[in-house]
Design a protein around this ligand. Structure first.
Ligand code: HXC
Ligand code: NAP
Length: 292
């Protein structure tokens, strides 16, 4: 299947969009599409060399400027500096995409308090530090900015073995819905996307590390029997941050090929039953119906 690019040409022109974690993985793919659609894009994370390389790569592909700024989002001073440097470069920021995250699989009882803190500090605190910094700036300057948060489906189901991440993503979901209402009076929108499995180096090295990758096929858990394509996520993100979505706020859009619902529906495990066995089952049910 060929995944098409969804938005009209130049649909993000005139906007400045900051993508945290924009130098790698899904952040880089979304930043690339925003740049292609005419936006000024800022990509930020801890590793400046990675950011610089990605900025050059994206910019040479799209012809638009991509500006790298280093930040540690778990440090609110660093986040304040990110806002300052962004404004020094582009004078205005319209959209904040909270995409940066950290995660690894582990039985929770093996985690030290510092290990738990590390993930929560980056994922949850990092998201609310940047949300607070940019929200205060927009309110003060009377700018109708918008925020898109990248969460995942275990924000509402929870999940073992990634508990600090689940706690954090659940917190971001509550943050999204709470502020969507509280800050609507300033014209600020907040939405979230909950992706299922989308292959990236960063996620795969930490969620299916080493030879676990040969034992687990994440696509098998997905009713549509495949993992996501980065462009599919980029299409959705570009729509939600664009003016086409001006009446959408407080929403969470799941893009997971049906993965989480498959785990939730009690009889979804019956997929393995073949037609002949269904014939037998049907006869048995009809027989019981007659006898009742
Ligand atoms: C137990 C561990 C551990 C492990 C590290 N720690 N790995 N504990 N099992 N496998 C502990 C350390 O011992 C330490 O605690 C604490 O965690 C922090 O360690 P640091 O040395 O500071 O960090 P480091 O181990 O170098 O790196 C961990 C990290 C890093 C910060 C999380 O992986 C990172 O920067 N990740 C960013 C990118 C990323 O994670 N991308 C994937 C996102 S995927 P002590 O007490 O010993 O000091 C994602 C997908 C969600 O979010 C949904 C999927 C469907
Ligand atoms: P990734 O490439 O590892 O992205 C994580 C990014 O966060 C990196 O660019 C990293 O850059 C940055 N980051 C980490 N700690 C930071 C900090 N303290 N300050 C600033 N930046 C920091 O993984 P990904 O798969 O693309 O994940 C992107 C987002 O999608 C995450 O929110 C993740 O939870 C979500 N998600 C992914 C999947 C999936 O299947 N891939 C599924 C559901 C949700 P530095 O190391 O340079 O700081």
């Amino acid at each position: 299947m060929i995944i098409q690019k969804m938005m009209k040409e130049n649909s993000l022109q005139g906007k400045t969009i900051l993508v945290t974690g924009g130098g790698t993985g899904l952040g880089k793919s979304m930043a690339t599409y925003f740049s292609e659609l005419g936006a000024n894009v800022i990509i930020s994370s801890r590793k400046m060399e990675v950011l610089q390389q990605s900025a050059i790569e994206i910019s040479s592909q799209t012809g638009n400027e991509v500006f790298p700024i280093s930040v540690d989002i778990s440090d609110h001073h660093s986040v304040d500096n990110l806002l300052k440097e962004s404004l020094a470069k582009f004078s205005k920021v319209d959209v904040l995409l909270n995409n940066a995250a950290a995660n690894f699989i582990s039985p929770t009882e093996r985690l030290s308090p510092r290990a738990f803190d590390k993930i929560v500090d980056i994922v949850l605190k990092g998201t609310y530090y940047s949300t607070l910094a940019f929200g205060k700036y927009w309110i003060k300057e009377k700018i109708e900015g918008n925020i898109l948060n990248i969460i995942t489906t275990y924000a509402w189901t929870g999940s073992g073995y990634v508990v600090p991440s689940a706690v954090s993503k659940g917190g971001i979901l509550a943050l999204t819905r709470s502020l969507a209402v509280e800050w609507a009076k300033y014209g600020i929108r907040l939405n979230a996307i909950a992706p299922g499995p989308f292959p990236t180096k960063g996620a795969w090295e930490r969620l299916v590390p080493g030879n676990l990758a040969s034992k687990i096929n994440l696509a098998d858990k997905v009713p549509l029997k495949r993992t996501g394509e980065h462009q599919e996520l980029a299409n959705l993100a570009a729509f939600l941050i664009s003016d086409f979505a001006a009446y959408i706020t407080g929403e969470v859009v799941t893009i997971d090929g049906g993965e989480w619902l498959k785990g939730a529906g009690q009889f979804n495990f019956l997929d393995f039953i073949q037609p002949e066995m269904w014939d037998e089952i049907e006869q048995n049910i009809r027989k019981s119906n007659k006898n009742n």
